[in-house]
Design a protein around this ligand. Structure first.
Ligand code: SF4
Length: 305
């Protein structure tokens, strides 16, 4: 059997882009990922020169690629100051190894690195917070992690919070918003303002996860790490299976879902009544009525650290 060769040169291929029906070698896959990253950074919601950027850095493949690209390409080209922020949720058998890797990579890239613990900020580790309600672990973890990252970015004086969401994450979020009947998110309305709200940027949002993971493997950014023991509880994991099946059957589905959502948001802009945002009575963050989800989960205001 002949080994497939790159569509752009005669080198052996390492990657198949099923949507385009073409193979790529390591160099051309690397060039494509870096070009898409640069184009996203320079597009709407990207970064400007001289900004201080907090990077949400879990130590997983996506955020490792994000930190690598920001440190090796964007920081020298745009004069960015980076600080990587890792949240230690306190998950036994999982987090210690990923945090050790996160420290190693931040050190290798010469990026300032902060680790914030659930125990210190929320009073308990995630393992304790979810006891007896393990099925909600990802909801609780996600709400608190997002808030801690926002607080950290604000306290570190960041202009932007960069996250490692890739195209697959974006498509899953679109489907999840529809399945939850979350009309305001379907319409693209988000709470804005708030004491510690640092605008987010998603430099990997146009890259399929398969390309991000392949890039990670090619560039020594993907050590063997344990999987979170709660991962199978996530609503997202069911949705991920669904959208990935659709992508396999009809390559390009992920990109079409995200493009369709952008089009919908553009057409709905200004047509819906404005969302009735107020502030959380406990912490002052913007919310659609009542206490915010973080304060509701913790039974009181999240401590500033
Ligand atoms: Fe948190 Fe769920 Fe991710 Fe585990 S899989 S780190 S519980 S969001």
């Amino acid at each position: 059997m002949t080994h497939p060769t790159c569509a752009a040169c005669a080198e052996p291929a390492v990657y198949l882009d099923r949507a385009a029906g073409e193979h790529l070698c390591a160099d051309h896959l690397t060039a494509r990922v870096e070009a898409t990253f640069r184009a996203t950074l320079r597009g709407p919601g990207g970064l400007s020169g001289g900004e201080r950027v907090a990077v949400a850095f879990s130590g997983g493949k996506d955020s490792s690629v994000l930190l690598h690209l920001l440190a090796s390409l964007a920081a020298p080209e745009l004069g960015l100051a980076l600080v990587a922020v890792t949240v230690d949720e306190g998950i036994a058998g999982y987090r210690d190894e990923t945090i050790a890797w996160a420290r190693t990579l931040a050190d290798r890239l010469g990026v300032e690195h902060r680790v914030i613990g659930f125990e210190e900020a929320c009073g308990s580790d995630l393992d304790v917070l979810v006891r007896g309600r393990e099925g909600r672990a990802c909801t609780i973890c996600g709400v608190l992690r997002r808030r801690l990252l926002q607080q950290a970015a604000h306290e570190l004086g960041a202009d932007r919070l960069a996250t490692g969401h890739c195209l697959d994450d974006e498509a899953e979020s679109v489907v999840m918003n529809w399945l939850r009947g979350d009309l305001y998110r379907v319409a693209g309305a988000r709470p804005t303002g708030g004491e510690s709200m640092v605008p987010r940027t998603k430099p990997l949002a146009r890259l399929p996860e398969k390309e991000v993971v392949s890039y990670a493997l090619l560039h020594d950014l993907a050590p063997e790490l344990p999987e979170c023991p709660y991962a199978h509880h996530a609503l997202r994991s069911g949705i991920r299976g669904m959208v990935h099946r659709a992508e396999r059957q009809s390559p390009g589905t992920l990109a079409r879902i995200v493009a369709g959502q952008s089009e919908l948001e553009a057409r709905l802009r200004g047509l819906l009544p404005p969302a009735d945002f107020s502030t959380c009575p406990d912490c002052g963050e913007p919310v659609l009525g009542g206490p915010c989800r973080a304060c509701t989960l913790l039974g009181g205001a999240l401590e500033k650290h």
